[in-house]
Write a protein that binds this ligand. Sequence first.
Ligand SMILES: *Cc1c(COP(=O)(O)O)cnc(C)c1O
Length: 360
Amino acid sequence: MSDLLSRLINENLIPLKPYESARRLYSGGQDWLNANESPFANDYSVDSSSFNRYPSCQPNAVVDGYAGYAGVATEQLIVTRGADEGIELLIRTFCTPGKDNILICPPTYGMYAISAETCDVGVKKVPLNQDFSLNVNAICDEDDVNLIFICSPNNPTGTRADVNDVEKVLSHFKDRALVVMDEAYIEFDSDGSWADKLAQYPNLVVLRTLSKAFGLAGLRCGFTLASAEIIQSLLKVIAPYPIPEPVAQIAAQALNKEGLARVALQVETLNSHRQALKEALAARSGITLVGDTTANFVLFRFEQSQALMSFLVENGMLIRDQSKQLNLQNCLRATVGNEEQNARLLTLIDSFLEQTGVSA
Ligand SMILES: *Cc1c(COP(=O)(O)O)cnc(C)c1O
């Protein structure tokens, strides 16, 4: 970095590196099973007649559509540029830089820590137990945290947080911290949502997205659900025009009756593919399933994970290496794709096993 920039840059950013998103790591390849995207690309239309105008901050059609879908009041919801923006808004709104902390439970989604670090907010880590359940006692021992992020279904373990555990955390931190349930994958585990408990727990926040089951990762549209009071605080911090007009139009279509019916069908299809992929992987020699499969991906352990990963990449098949995450040595995560992609993944794994003589 030039002298000028090293003198100017926000000091706490110096050790940070740009996020290694699935898309940044590998831009080539033909089968993308590395970012938990939907294999379905649905059709939408866009009306450009008002593109000369600034968009609404919180477009009504999207707010109404999602509130109806999630079963919350429109005052209990804010639309953001993906759930990632929701994470950052929560941190910027409820944590003071250089002073406050968030709590995360690794192995889990990377953006909580990254957003906190870029905002100079501390990150306290209470690892999940060996079976990936929450270590409730250790979480409740942390007294100096403002936000607690719990991902359920958890990325990358695919496990659902136990209801009683979450209730204990919500109650313990009732007057002290907000508990953020990240439900990015909730459509694949539909009876696991906390959205209907907002009235019961004023310190509960729920994150949602159109990036996974809705098949709209490219749209960048997410939602934060919480009490009207929490939402009002987030509205102080969000940009004046955070949702581009084409995004609002497409999100509204995704949330209409036909859109919702289509997502329900696609989730059903993916859940049945997931079951098939899970069984097929478990039947391969040397492969053990890890965690659970309540989302649209399967996590597995394989001794030669690095060699397998390179072999798959060479063949244009991209899955995600999770081996650097806490307690996930030699673990790889494969998103459930369409039938052809899942079949190709299995065929390639078989070729690798044959080639290395570990064949089943
Ligand atoms: C993908 C993902 C998100 C981010 O969703 P966007 O709406 O695309 O920003 C948030 N949380 C988890 C756990 C995810 O896996």
